[in-house]
Design a protein around this ligand. Structure first.
Ligand code: UD1
Ligand code: CA
Length: 463
């Protein structure tokens, strides 16, 4: 049996090189905070109760972000280095078994690689195994110094390295699997005796070796997964890698994505087969899209839920709303928040919906604002219809019964009820309940002044 694996994730640093008010691990890549990716990787190999995240800078914010993951936390009151950080979690972690160490700023590591690291450590008699790789420019990374047997003799940080060591192109990923008993036994031997005056976790390797316990490398042929984020340039690169992988996996699952390099898809988005995503689309958050949909160019969906065969014409914005199957929306429509759009609904250009329910087959073809409204099935909303939902203090609801016909430019002053099957005459201002099957007319009566225009033209000419 594999020994029990616990996970410690280091996320206490501010990330000075990000030049940000926000701690580094809360910046986003692929639509998730950087540290969330690392926590999810940890969850693939250990129970949440066996994962300890070390927080320090903005600890509360990090803990809030990670609350849904049910992991545990340890506080590092001051960022005195990665060795000190791990030490701060000691009381929260088992004394034996294997300890997987992950850095909160290296989110690309795959579950597969972590499994391989644990397997390599389990199969060996070493004190630990460290993931390494070779890069053309190792600047900033800890260098892997190997001994004659190919074991890791030491990890030397950039600031502490001599010219010879600086030339080493094999780098420390910051991902390790240690025997917990040996790590805890020797962690107090780490000192701050280095140019940065920090407790370097990396020093543990040489310390263990001095006590006769070797650390082995697991060298990855490609560096991609081990990329750490220290600057916003690296953040953008990691984001690009996540998104390219996401788009590729969607395509392999049967989604057509036009110009994949122009679309932005967050990692949790799901899309059904034979849906077509046109260029420059952004699909964000927990967006779920059914089969056979078309997502028009330039559309932005955030936490949107679409049924099957939904047609979104270009430049449609949908946030926190659902759209039923076979509905068509856009171009240039905005579903702002908390809308439920039924099946076969049609919403055309320059229509805004907020907190509105539209029943099956209802239509709002052009230029309308429907806020805090309940629009019945098969209602026709004429061009220019506006719900006056706000009286300057409170919001009020508009309820339109099934099959009603709202003439163009209707002004519906909420709270208001418009009965099923009724008509509202074009350009009416509706302030009173409209009974079922009635016609409501609320506008100035037209009068014509015969010959008025002709007389006017002639008077102007004389002057
Ligand atoms: C570290 C490694 C380096 C490795 C590189 C890989 C050390 C000493 N160096 O360098 O060998 O090549 O990662 O990306 O470990 N943190 C804390 N508390 C602290 C200091 C850091 O929690 O007191 C956290 C940070 O929030 C971050 C992680 O540890 O998530 C790594 O710290 P960072 O300062 O970025 O280390 P590097 O200089 O990149
Ligand atoms: Ca780093």
């Amino acid at each position: 049996m594999d020994p029990r694996v616990s996970v410690v994730i280091l996320a206490a640093g501010l990330g000075t090189r990000m030049k940000s008010k926000t701690v580094k691990v809360l910046h986003r890549a692929g639509g998730l905070t950087v540290v969330e990716h690392v926590v999810r990787t940890g969850q693939a190999v250990a129970a949440s109760s066996d994962i300890v995240v070390i927080t320090g800078h903005q600890a509360e914010k990090v803990q809030q972000t990670l609350a849904p993951y049910k992991v545990r936390f340890a506080l590092q009151p001051e960022p005195k280095g990665t060795g000190h950080a791990v030490k701060c979690a000691q009381s929260e972690l088992p004394k034996e078994g294997l300890l997987l160490v992950l850095y909160g700023d290296a989110p690309l590591i795959s579950v597969d690689t972590v499994h391989r690291l644990i397997a390599a450590q389990t199969a060996s008699d070493a004190a630990g195994t460290v993931l390494t790789t070779r890069v053309p420019d190792p600047t900033g990374y800890g260098r892997i110094v190997r001994d004659n047997e190919g074991n890791v003799a030491a990890i030397v940080e950039q600031k502490a390295a001599n010219p010879e060591q600086l030339k080493i192109d094999e780098i420390n990923s910051g991902i390790y699997c240690f025997r917990a008993d040996l790590l805890w036994k020797h962690i107090d031997s780490i000192t701050t005796n280095n140019p940065a005056g920090e407790y370097y976790l990396t020093d543990i390797v040489a310390i263990l070796r001095d006590h006769g316990y070797p650390t082995k490398p697991l060298e990855l042929p490609v560096a991609d997964e081990l990329l750490g984020i220290n600057t916003r340039v690296e953040l953008a690169e990691v984001d690009r890698i996540f998104r390219a992988a996401k788009v590729k996996s969607l395509m392999l699952d049967g989604v057509t994505i036009e110009r994949p390099d122009t679309v932005t898809v967050d990692v949790d988005v799901t899309i059904g087969r034979d849906t077509i995503v046109e260029s420059h689309v952004r699909l964000l958050g927990a967006t779920e899209i059914g089969e056979d949909c078309v997502i028009g160019a330039g559309s932005v969906l955030r936490n949107a839920k679409l049924g099957d065969a939904v047609l979104l014409d270009p430049y449609t914005l949908v946030a926190d709303s659902s759209i039923g199957s076979a509905a068509s929306v856009g171009p240039f429509a905005r579903l702002r928040m908390n809308n439920q759009v039924g099946e076969k609904v049609h919403i055309g250009n320059f229509v805004e919906l907020k907190n509105t329910h539209m029943g099956v087959g209802a239509k709002a073809g052009h230029l309308a604002y429907l806020g805090d409204a309940s629009i019945g099935a098969k209602v026709n909303v004429g061009a220019g219809t506006i719900t006056c939902n706000y009286d300057g203090v409170n919001k009020h609801r508009t309820v339109v019964g099934e099959g009603a016909f709202l003439g163009s430019n209707s002004t519906l002053v909420a709270p208001i009820e418009i009965g099923a099957g009724s008509y509202v005459a074009a350009a009416s201002v509706v302030t009173d309940t409209v009974p079922q099957d009635a016609l409501a007319i609320g506008r100035g009566r037209q009068s014509n002044k015969e010959g008025w225009a002709k007389v006017r033209r002639e008077t102007i000419k004389k002057k």
